[in-house]
Write a protein that binds this ligand. Structure first.
Ligand code: ZN
Length: 283
């Protein structure tokens, strides 16, 4: 076989590979920075806080705990954030909303979403007080709602699917973000009950990046949920030496048995993923 034939075969393989959808291979050099989606899985210790930005449009999922208040506010300011177009409080646990009152008071929040559940904690009350001060109403987040962050960046709420749950974790707002060929799922602390509801609803769970539910705890990431999502990248947001021993060995075992890249905030610190709608790359 001569070199020309080899080159043609190589090109055919390359083209068919890139048509398969989003890949975790390197970014194309010609990507314009203003079409770059940036997802920051911020290291807030034991908790969740995720910043999603594209072309000046910003979304924040959770604020992390109260002890990380200064860190999260500084982090967002360092990114040049003044306005948060969409803020989502996945569920009213301290490790997700502990710094939310600070977020609301420090930034210009346009839309605020939360599931229909209250809490009697100070953190929750402070969040409500700050929302009232700013004249913001909570938009109830329930399955089926869509939030458009940018032209072709759509976030669909895929959970909660019921109105009452025994465990607050299952009220968690779960979002699926799609940008071109790339997709990302953010699960909050949704556990097996909520995952099973998404599965029985035939929700399209296929994604490139999955933030594992409940800090990688064994209460979440069931075999069938992971099978349907089959991400290329798994993210775990948890604190170093946390008292809950998150993530669980069982969950880590599941991830390791699959061909997935794993990033953990307790090991990797702040994790930033970039996407142009065709490729995903870790910064
Ligand atoms: Zn949590």
């Amino acid at each position: 076989m001569n070199n020309k034939k080899l080159l043609i075969i190589f090109l055919i393989i390359t083209i068919s590979f890139s048509l398969k959808g989003c890949s975790s291979v390197s970014l194309n050099n010609e990507i314009k920075a203003d079409n770059l989606l940036k997802i920051h899985y911020i290291d807030v210790g034991q908790g969740d806080s995720i910043l999603i930005s594209i072309n000046g449009k910003n979304m924040l999922i959770d604020s992390g705990s109260a002890v990380k208040e200064e860190y999260i506010v500084k982090y967002l300011k360092k990114q040049g954030i003044k306005k948060l177009h969409h803020v989502i409080a996945t569920h009213p646990h301290e490790d997700h909303i502990g710094s939310m009152s600070s977020i609301i008071s420090n930034f210009n929040v346009e839309n605020f979403y939360a599931p229909k559940i209250t809490s009697s904690t100070n953190y929750f009350n402070n969040m409500i007080d700050e929302l009232m001060k700013k004249g913001l109403k909570i938009q109830v987040a329930s399955s089926g709602k869509k939030i458009q962050l940018y032209d072709n960046v759509i976030c669909e709420i895929i959970a909660p699917n019921s109105t009452t749950y025994e465990n607050t974790n299952n009220y968690s707002v779960v979002l699926k973000l799609t940008y071109g060929k790339c997709s990302f799922i953010f699960t909050g602390d949704a556990e097996a009950i909520s995952e099973n509801e998404m599965l029985s609803n035939n929700t399209n769970l296929k994604c490139d990046v999955l933030k594992l539910g409940h800090h990688g705890s064994s209460t979440s990431t069931t075999d069938s949920f992971l099978e349907k999502a089959s991400p290329k990248i798994a993210i775990i947001s948890c604190g170093k030496n946390n008292p809950f021993r998150h993530p669980s060995k069982k969950t880590i075992g599941k991830i390791k048995s699959k061909d997935m890249q794993v990033y953990r905030t307790d090991i990797d610190g702040d994790i930033v993923l970039l996407s142009n709608g065709s490729f995903i790359k870790k910064q």
